[in-house]
Design a protein around this ligand. Structure first.
Ligand SMILES: [Zn+2]
Length: 369
């Protein structure tokens, strides 16, 4: 559980190492606040990671701090522990917060059930399994979405969370393949150049994926001279992830809950980087991680990426809530991001993560309500 808590921080945070200094910044200008206020339907969220060893009183204080800062909803990572979620949910609701059950879906580091089944893990184009050979970082242990028992295991975990009284959504994270391309801003840390699809980062070439693909398309992906340009092979993998999401949607709705997910910044980018095409999914809410600093972009890119996703979702019932990475941002930039998200059609904004929100940022967030 302790190990899991550490591991459950999402990739980027660990990769960036959270080394940046917290900026001290004056409160945002009144004109900016006037621009952003006055929309009660615009939801403020934050992602948090729970620890079963903490006392209830510390959670009550944390939830109260969020509520008093204008935050409406918490996405709680319990390391897929329905019991802990059941303990924390009434505490958060008591403070006036919505609760969302955050789960690491296809990347399941240290999953004691999955580890009994080495064949469930995704296999790279150069033949290594995530079971014992992890791409990029030690906590990358991806399951194969095509293998039925692996999928059923993930969906069972989703269902156990969906049964917890009082939660609003089950929130899928890592609902994708391992990164074929890392965010460009993170490459120097690994001394990596990724100008083509490299075999060690290309998944999944396990026997089941190969045979299922061959049944449909009569060719073997292991024998493709350049798999990166084979559209059927790309589409097959997009469809495998979509199938897991669509099944999860039916399961959580059966329990009277909704489905949300943390996704890559906008659909084409998600497709390119991690084989994730979230505008095609059956899902109630998406929270794209529009972390401009990972991509060496400026704050205005948050508006651009938000708009891309909102346009792609037109005609669907999925709402989009912009996710931002707060550690390197000034309080004023956080307010700018809220304005950009709203102006470009998001229905809310989510802050990663609750623990790293500074007092200045929390004051600025509250002032926009
Ligand atoms: Zn596979």
């Amino acid at each position: 559980m302790k190990t899991n808590n550490v591991l459950t921080l999402i990739l980027a945070v660990v990769l960036l190492g959270c080394q940046q200094k917290q900026p001290k910044e004056a409160a945002p200008a009144a004109s900016t606040m006037a621009e952003v206020s006055g929309n009660e339907d615009f939801k403020y969220w934050t992602w948090i990671t729970a620890d079963a060893n903490r006392d209830d009183s510390t959670y009550v204080a944390e939830f109260s701090k969020y509520k008093n800062s204008g935050i409406d909803a918490v996405l709680i990572n319990t390391g897929t522990d329905p019991e802990l979620l059941g303990r924390l949910t009434p505490l958060a609701k008591q403070e006036g917060l919505e609760v969302h059950a955050w789960i690491m879906a296809m990347n399941r580091p240290g999953d004691s059930v999955a580890l009994q089944h080495p064949e469930w893990y995704a296999v790279s184009r150069d033949g290594n399994s995530c079971f014992d050979h992890r791409p990029y970082v030690d906590y990358y242990q991806w399951l194969c979405p095509t293998r039925k028992p692996a999928r059923e295991h993930v969906l069972h975990l989703v269902e156990e969370l969906a049964k917890v009284n009082g939660i609003e959504t089950v929130h899928l994270d890592y609902i994708r393949y391992s990164d074929i391309f890392l965010p460009v801003g993170l490459l120097p840390k690994y001394d990596l150049k990724q100008e083509t699809e490299l075999p060690e980062f290309d998944f999944c070439y396990c026997d089941v994926c190969v045979s299922e693909f061959e049944k449909i398309h009569h060719k073997n992906p292991r024998e493709l001279s350049n798999p990166a340009v084979d559209m059927e092979w790309k589409q097959f993998r997009l469809n495998q992830i979509k199938a897991v999401v669509d099944d999860a949607y039916d399961i959580v709705h059966k329990h009277g809950k909704k489905l949300s997910a943390a996704v890559f910044p906008y659909p084409e980018m998600a497709d390119h980087m991690v084989r994730q095409r979230w505008d095609k999914w059956n899902i109630d809410m998406v929270l794209p991680m529009i972390y401009h600093n990972f991509y060496n972009e400026e704050v205005d890119w948050i508006g651009f990426a938000t708009k891309q996703g909102v346009e792609d979702l037109k005609g669907s019932s999925t709402s989009l809530h912009t996710g931002i990475f707060v550690p390197p941002m000034t309080a004023d930039q956080v307010v700018q991001a809220i304005v950009l998200a709203k102006e470009n059609g998001a229905k809310g904004i989510s802050f990663f993560d609750g623990n790293s929100l500074t007092t200045e940022q929390l004051h600025a967030i509250k002032a926009t309500k």
